[in-house]
Design a protein. Sequence first.
Length: 196
Amino acid sequence: MLSNLNALIGSRICHDLINPLGAIGNGIELLGLSGVADSPEMALVTDSVQNASAKVRFLRLAFGDATADQVVQHGEILSVLQAISNGGRVTYSWAVPGDPPRLDVRVALLAVMCVETALPLGGDIQITQNQSNWTIKTKHDRLSLDPALWAPLSKGEYADSLTPAQVHFGLLPQMAAQADRKLAFSHGRDWVAVTF
């Protein structure tokens, strides 16, 4: 049995979605060249396609298949994070040098998704690396931390019951183990951090 079947499914779904989104984007660009795209409706469609494309690129990195020899280009990560923060409530500060291993990027982005759940009003998420240690952290005076989701992370476990909107809490410990990383979770009144 394939141990990475879920990741392969994630990669396939993202691959199958990105092609039609790209085609729609190209069509909108052609309409723009003909002058048809100068309307609020076309601007909305353009923004929606760009947001959907950025989200699929993010999800491909977070849920897709990864091997130990793959790296992610620094510029690609910055591009994805910038694109998904456009018009959103969450911004991202990526302070990781060079082209990191894809396995580590996958763990970092799953941790980012977990930290996002603690920010119902939005905020900034910092992703840093100090030598080989990664930290995904946010600070906000109105955090929302569900102990049933967060407490198991430091033990490399996940909650007994997850909804589709919480699936990243289930995948994070598994992907950290695959990357040979140990997760830690810490928090205070106005901050939360995931380290590995």
